[in-house]
Design a binder for this molecule. Structure first.
Ligand code: PEP
Ligand code: MN
Length: 263
């Protein structure tokens, strides 16, 4: 169902005035994890200034170590929703448990399925059973074919509003946290009719690479860019090394706006 052969025209997903897949570049910005209302509201205000329409933030964090901050759970979703309503933004947040999907519908505009859960088939089916857009991330070591099949799980249950997100894959290279597979973008766009985004934060794991990789994503035809923004990354409870602070974020968006004008 996700194949371009089945449906030649692009799928366009309408969320909060953003038409994702319409040929323009859309941004999903926000902190790695929701840590508190003030933190999220500060970021929401900054991203709104650049016309960003989608606010991200993790409430249920799938952390590699059980001793790391696990997220605020439903309280985190409440905080996101409050900040989003105040700044007219849509909420994108990861759900890790199929049983949480129903409850989360009240808070979310987009259900994020993270890299670690790309082949959590019960979660994919549960997301496919609801009428809410899904942002599906590529698995840590997933092939493009496996990624497309994961999207097929969702669509085969009836939910056609899926955004694919390349977020880097595991390779032998240690200079970046993951290896951004930039060619996945045109391949996914050829093979499927779905919008494709690039997460520059989790693919690189490096603040200094966010801007060049975002430019590459746009140049190669991505429908959107995801990146993390935190008021004070040095004290962030997760992903401290790669979140942008607010001035860096403003500079990032100015560069993106310049690039859009030149294209
Ligand atoms: C995230 O976007 O918050 C995240 C955990 O990313 P990923 O699933 O790509 O690692
Ligand atoms: Mn993160």
């Amino acid at each position: 169902l996700v194949s371009r052969k089945k449906k030649p025209e692009n799928t366009v997903i309408h969320i909060n005035g953003a038409s994702i897949g319409d040929g323009n570049v859309h941004f999903v910005m926000g902190p790695c994890a929701v840590e508190g209302y003030k933190q999220v509201a500060t970021v929401a205000k900054a991203i709104k200034q650049h016309g960003v329409k989608l606010l991200r933030g993790g409430a249920f964090k799938p952390r590699t170590s059980p001793y790391d901050f696990q997220g605020l759970g439903v309280e985190g979703l409440e905080i996101l929703k409050k900040a989003a309503v105040e700044h007219d933004l849509a909420v994108v947040s990861e759900i890790v448990n199929p049983a949480h999907i129903e409850e989360a519908l009240d808070y979310l505009d987009v259900i994020q399925i993270g890299a670690r859960n790309m082949q959590n088939f019960e979660l994919l089916k549960a997301a496919g059973d609801v009428n809410k857009p899904v942002l599906l991330k590529r698995g840590l070591s997933a092939t493009i074919s496996e990624f497309i099949n994961a999207a097929e799980y969702i669509m085969s249950r009836g939910n056609a509003n899926i955004i694919l997100c390349e977020r880097g894959i595991r390779t032998y290279e240690k200079a970046t946290r993951n290896t951004l597979d930039i060619s996945a973008v045109p391949i996914l766009k050829q093979e499927t009719h779905l919008p494709v985004m690039v997460d520059v934060t989790h693919s690189t794991g490096r603040r200094d690479l966010l801007l060049p990789t975002a430019k590459a994503a746009i140049a190669i035809g991505a429908d959107g860019v995801m990146a993390e923004v935190h008021p004070d990354p040095a004290v962030a409870l997760s992903d401290s090394a790669q979140q942008m602070d607010i001035p860096t974020f403003h500079h990032f968006m100015e560069e993106m706006e310049d690039m859009a004008e030149r294209m």
